[in-house]
Design a binder for this molecule. Structure first.
Ligand SMILES: NC(=O)c1ccc[n+]([C@@H]2O[C@H](COP(=O)([O-])OP(=O)(O)OC[C@H]3O[C@@H](n4cnc5c(N)ncnc54)[C@H](OP(=O)(O)O)[C@@H]3O)[C@@H](O)[C@H]2O)c1
Length: 293
């Protein structure tokens, strides 16, 4: 297959590029601000450049692993959130339909309100913040443009090796190294998910020509943020990545105490029956930090 990964410099996109290359697909990845070796520049805000790149690469599949992922930032700037998380990917889907490429859009279990997780793909979304509304609107418009033939992986709590070191594992390791106590929302629940598992499943789904919504996540669908932290902390201490200490390293608080601008859906865990029936796989556990070494 020929694949184009928009957002190839990001956490999910970089794992997708690596996985596709390892499976001997012809993969092109793109970056916007952070050039990685081998990636091509692309800003979806430039429709001419986007059309030109698709015409040049002629991909069988285009994956949108991009957008504006800062949940609290989106709350303060809904115009930008809708432009980058909905309008641009919908335009990309339209271009794919015109040029004959298949299209995958990486979405989120934040499309749910978090009252009744863990969720199946068939449960009814009810987004409660701007970021999530922009993603759910995009899912619906993309399927409308593509006559239901779009592929929509929903992911959650993603971690893994990352050039910018933004994800929760790096935040945890940094705090432990500096002897800082992290304040953790003990009421936020969801599957810690290694980006390499998302990539392996998503490339597999594209190889099979699948369509529709698929939860792609780690197998701990009821993990709290505190449990995730403890798994990382204990692994990091036993590997000598952070100093040994009797201190817990965290203070458990409630999401309300964080006073964040955007509401958080509290239990957005993903059920995995659908993907496990199609592509059985044992996902990496959150304490298996060998993926970072
Ligand atoms: N991380 C999570 O826990 C999580 C959870 C649920 C859903 N998701 C979804 O998964 C997708 C990927 O997330 P991620 O965590 O991998 O994000 P990320 O690390 O922030 O990466 C985003 C990627 O998109 C690129 N990008 C941003 N705006 C662009 C634009 N206008 N045109 C072209 N490229 C653009 C960025 O390029 P530069 O960095 O080079 O500027 C980067 O490569 C997102 O759609 C997100 O909504 C993520």
């Amino acid at each position: 297959m020929r694949l184009l990964v928009v957002g190839g410099s990001g956490l999910v996109g970089s794992h997708l590029v690596a996985e596709a290359a390892a499976r001997v697909h012809a993969v092109t990845g793109t970056y916007r601000k952070f050039p990685n070796p081998g990636l091509l520049p692309l800003d979806l805000a430039d429709p001419d450049a986007t059309r030109q790149l698709l015409a040049q690469v002629r991909p069988d599949w285009v994956v949108h692993a991009a957008g504006w992922t800062w949940v609290d930032g989106c709350e303060g700037n809904p115009v930008r959130a809708y432009r980058e998380n909905c309008e641009q990917p919908v335009q990309l889907a339209q271009l794919c339909r015109e040029l004959g490429s298949r299209f995958a859009y990486v979405s989120t279990t934040y499309v749910f309100d978090g009252q009744a997780g863990p969720y199946r793909e068939t449960d009814q979304p009810n987004p409660i913040n701007v970021y999530a509304r922009s993603k759910w609107e995009a899912e619906q418009q993309i399927q409308s443009v593509l006559g239901g033939q779009g592929l929509i992986p929903r992911v959650i709590c993603v971690w893994g090796r990352e050039a910018q070191q933004k994800n929760f594992v790096y935040q945890t390791l940094k705090a432990l190294s500096e002897g800082r106590t992290l304040r953790l929302p003990a009421d936020q629940i969801g599957n810690p998910t290694w980006a390499g598992d998302i990539a392996a499943w998503l490339v597999g789904l594209m190889e099979l020509g699948e369509t529709g919504v698929w939860n792609l996540a780690g197998d701990q669908e009821n993990a709290t943020r505190v449990q995730w932290f403890c798994a990382i902390r204990d692994a990091a201490r036993s590997l000598g990545l952070v100093p040994a200490s009797p201190a817990p390293g965290y203070e458990a608080i409630s999401t309300n105490d964080l006073k964040q601008p955007a509401l958080r859906p509290l239990h957005c865990g993903a059920r995995l029956q659908k993907i496990q029936a199609r592509l059985p796989r044992q996902p990496r556990t959150p304490g298996d930090l060998s993926a970072l070494l």
